[in-house]
Structures are given as C-alpha cells and as structure tokens.
Write a protein that binds this ligand. Structure first.
Ligand code: 4NP
Length: 163
C-alpha cells in the first residue's frame, strides 16, 4: 500500500495537473516515498484525452514522460481515495470544495502553491498561451513540488499510519 495518495486537480486535466502529477511523482520517488499520484479536472471537456502536446513536450524536455496520462473528471469518490487533493487555482479550489461532504473532505483540499509557501497562489493556465507559458508553468510547478516533497517527507509517518 502506498505511504501517501495525492490527487492533482486543474480545470481541463490536460495542462497543469498532468505536469504537476509527473513532476511530484518524480520528486517523491527520488526521496524514497512510496506515493500513489493521479490527476483530474473539475471540467469534463477533455475526458479520455492524453495531455496537451505542449505539456507533453515541455515535460519531456525536463526528462518527465506524461504522454500516457489520461484526462478524467474529479469525482466525490476521490475524497475517499486520496489523502491530499492539491488544486492549481482558486477556482478549482471552490469547485472541489463545493463537492466536499464533511470537514474531513474539506481538510484534504489545498492550494498547491500556497502549501509550497508562494505568495502568488494560482498556477496560471497556459492553455491559451505558447510554449514559453508552458515552460514557466513547468518551472513554477517544479519549484513548488520540490518544497512540497520535502514537507511531505517530514510528515510521511502521519499518512503511512492511517487506517
Ligand atoms: P488545464 O488547462 O486546466 O491546465 O488543463 C485547460 C485546458 C483546457 C481548457 C481549459 C483549461 N478548456 O477550456 O478546454
């Protein structure tokens, strides 16, 4: 069983959350944390699609393969499956929180950049941008993932002792 189960969430699940999924997966693996990581979108627009080619290309440039990920929509069952639900922006935060059934569900939902200590709390959506935007979002996610992986390493016993 995984020590920790983490879901990354954005709107379409084809740009930000698949990149965040691939990056955090690598960081946790390199720290020896046995994690189950997945991603989902609050919207249904791209269900069943692989990530946007620009996201795939950008991640590949930094040695991360996200080409086989497949978009799906966030569902209330995800509150049962995951220990932590990291959302990419405040609109995703509101959408996911609106589905929470209780305080335990609510407490799992966290703004990814806020948890990493950034002052700007929203990961900009690169969907309408160009390759430069994908590159800067990748680097933003990479820096935040490094911080979050270190924080999780300190807290991992909390999660691995869950029933
Ligand atoms: P993502 O970007 O939320 O980072 O996956 C988007 C991708 C597609 C759309 C919106 C955002 N869309 O409206 O189709």
């Amino acid at each position: 069983m995984a020590d920790i189960r983490i879901l990354m969430v954005c709107l379409g699940n084809i740009c930000r959350s698949p990149m965040a999924d691939g990056i955090l997966r690598e960081k946790l693996k390199s720290k020896g944390i046995n994690a189950f990581i997945d991603s989902a979108g609050t919207g249904a627009y791209h269900i069943g699609e692989h990530p946007d080619q620009r996201a795939v290309k950008t991640a590949k440039k930094y040695g991360i393969d996200i080409s086989q990920l497949c978009a799906r929509q966030f569902s209330v069952k995800d509150f049962d499956t995951f220990d932590l639900i990291y959302v990419m922006d405040s609109s995703n935060f509101d959408d996911v929180l609106s589905l929470a059934r209780n305080k335990n569900d609510e407490e799992k939902v966290k703004l990814f950049l806020k948890t990493a200590g950034n002052t700007n709390m929203d990961v900009p959506d690169p969907w309408y941008g160009g390759m430069n935007d994908f590159d800067s979002v990748f680097n933003l996610l990479n820096d935040a993932s490094e911080k979050i992986a270190s924080l999780l390493l300190k807290d991992i016993t909390v999660f691995s002792k869950r029933v």
